[in-house]
Design a protein. Structure first.
Length: 304
């Protein structure tokens, strides 16, 4: 085991017995806030350009994210409407078969369609000669999610009385492809937002550091701690991200209104938490990415 140096242990013991001066803490916090405001003021009209640019980036991300959630909702609703058709043999006990199928995992609903009903509908749609009804009794099996179709299909084939099964395979594959594209696009846009935000904040903080170079050097000579120099710059980036996110909320709210109208038109229920999720993500990513951009810029351009 490695032992800590005696001096370090002594410092820790002394520090632990020193009472905290809350007034000093408040004064330091106040000074950091003043330094942050001073940095923002020195940036001048460039602040507007920075906030506007970040707002534009977050607006694009927020709008795409909200549309993504809406499309996911549409795909999920349409996918849940898909059903597996289970064709029964003439000897099958319909009630017993229905009971077994309802007991399967992921099955939400089972609807029985008699072969007589199917035959009447078939003859309405297509002109056929007067022949014996060749159609089987059919069960329409509705699932909770389209991804479980394969599992349920395998279980249906094991049930006595079920001769064959079918479902709209092409449609299911298209839904799955849409979901994959949507989720991939969302991840890509998060990465793009991160890169652009960090780049913008990085350049901004670099300018601030250059304009306050002499002042920072003086603070160093005075023995000011590194975190006291760094914190106002990180907070400056966080404020840019926060204000940019607040501005982005306005156009994102407009997108939300159009999405609500679309849901109402297609009579698909809307997720009440979707908009909150989007706004929370925009605010969180705006502040987090801008803070990271500030920190990286400090690390790169300020040797403290």
């Amino acid at each position: 085991m490695t032992r800590k140096p005696k001096n370090q242990n002594l410092k820790q013991k002394v520090k632990s017995h020193i009472p905290k001066d809350w007034m000093s803490e408040i004064r330091i916090t106040y000074r950091i806030a003043i330094e942050t405001a001073k940095s923002i003021a020195q940036t001048g009209l460039v602040n507007i350009a920075i906030i506007t640019t970040i707002a534009a980036i977050l607006t694009i991300f927020g709008s795409i994210f909200r549309i993504t959630l809406a499309l996911n909702s549409f795909v999920s609703s349409m996918g849940s409407a898909l059903e597996i058709s289970a064709y029964l043999s003439d000897e099958a006990d319909v009630n017993s078969t229905i009971t077994k199928i309802r007991g399967l995992e992921h099955v939400q609903k089972v609807t029985f369609i008699s072969k007589e009903t199917s035959w009447v509908q078939f003859k309405k749609d297509i002109d056929v000669p007067d022949i014996t009804n060749p159609l089987p009794n059919t069960l329409h099996v509705k699932l909770d999610e389209t991804k479980n179709i394969g599992t349920v299909m395998n279980e249906l084939k094991k049930i006595d009385g079920v001769n064959d099964t079918s479902y709209a395979k092409d449609l299911v594959e298209k839904f799955e492809m849409i979901n994959t594209i949507i989720n991939t696009a969302t991840i890509v846009f998060v990465i793009i937002v991160f890169i652009l935000t960090v780049a913008i904040i990085n350049n901004t903080i670099e300018l601030v550091i250059q304009s306050r170079k002499e002042e920072i050097e003086i603070m160093r000579l005075m023995g000011v701690s590194n975190w006291y120099i760094k914190t106002p710059l990180v907070m400056q980036g966080a404020i840019y991200g926060f204000l940019g996110a607040l501005v982005a909320i306005v156009p994102i709210d407009v997108v939300q209104k159009y999405i609500i109208k679309m849901h109402e038109f297609f009579m698909i229920s809307i997720d009440p938490l979707a908009q909150f999720t989007v706004l929370f993500s925009v605010l969180t990513l705006g502040v987090a990415f801008a803070s990271i951009g500030s920190f990286l810029s400090i690390k790169k351009h300020l040797q403290v």
